[in-house]
Design a protein around this ligand. Structure first.
Ligand code: WAQ
Ligand code: MG
Length: 257
């Protein structure tokens, strides 16, 4: 497969019209595929959008583009789990973990306040790790981390080696967090889903790995989002360029493909 051409596939779906026309974000997805896999992966994205718990989309957008840069490969972050009794303990745990990444409670609270006021944003919000201020100017769009994937066979091997049940959400989130944390400017990331029935979230960092938190919200709650804390001395444009455009494939000890 080494010389086969790779494509970036991106999907976004909304209800009540397109996102830019005020529609409600239902689902998004970003993958990397060789031509022979394109039909399967496009089908998976269609299924993801049209069987979503946030509702039925009436707008679906699919973009397939050549991958323009050499693929960067990295090992998945180390995964651990914090079992918490309720969402309140989940939030407190997340704050402690973020603090252990070097953020102050002032910064953490300010940033979480920004997230709570921006649950409708459909990408990640980039935060200055020193001040807690929002750094991207993407408004409701945020920054979608794109051009990333984990070959299914490699992922299955990883699940066996780590004694973990296969879970497509965790696969996507761990892929994204690994790409985000592979950039030297990243300090930490926090995320929980906007899907009403998925309540496990995580804090990820280059320092501590991917730390799952079993309850970040109540079942039925449609509010979720993502914050990425970065060292603000780094250039924003090249950071966003990395998140959106640098192809990144997880490699876990398997053969290079
Ligand atoms: N790039 C940037 N932000 C994104 C992306 C992306 N590719 N995908 C989603 N987001 C943002 C967006 O604001 C969503 O509202 C929010 O994150 C949550 O996205 O180990 O499923 O895809 O079991 O709903 C955590 C897994 C699952 C924990 C998180 O997020 C585990 C999840 P969702
Ligand atoms: Mg979602």
């Amino acid at each position: 497969m080494i010389n086969e051409k790779l494509y970036s596939i991106r999907m976004r779906a909304a209800a009540g019209g397109a996102h830019e026309k005020g529609g409600k974000h239902i689902s998004g997805g970003e993958r990397l595929a060789y031509e022979t896999e394109m039909e399967q992966i496009t089908g998976d994205l269609l299924k993801k959008a049209f069987s979503h718990q946030r509702g039925k989309p009436d707008f679906f957008n699919l973009v397939i583009e050549d991958v323009k840069f050499p693929v960067c490969r990295g090992e998945p972050l180390f995964v651990s789990t914090c079992n918490v009794k309720d969402p309140l303990e989940g939030k407190r745990t997340a704050e402690v973990l973020l603090c252990q990444c070097g953020l102050t409670y002032e910064v953490i609270n300010k940033a979480l306040g920004i997230l709570v006021n921006n649950f409708h944003v459909r990408g990640a919000i980039i935060i200055d790790a020193n001040t807690g201020e929002r750094l991207d100017n993407r408004k409701d769009k945020g920054v979608r981390v794109s051009q990333l994937d984990w070959r299914q066979s490699d992922y299955k091997n990883w699940c066996v080696a780590n004694n973990t049940a296969e879970n497509v959400r965790m696969k996507e989130a761990l892929t994204l967090a690994t790409k985000v944390c592979s950039h030297p400017a990243t300090i930490a990331e926090i995320c929980w889903s906007d899907d009403p029935n998925y309540i496990t979230g995580y804090v990820a960092s280059p320092k501590r790995g991917y730390e799952r938190i079993t309850k970040m919200k109540e079942k039925g709650d449609e509010h979720g989002g993502r914050l990425i804390f970065i060292d603000s001395l780094q250039a924003m444009d090249s950071y966003i360029q990395y998140l959106e455009k640098q192809p990144f494939m997880i490699r876990n000890g398997g053969e290079e493909k």
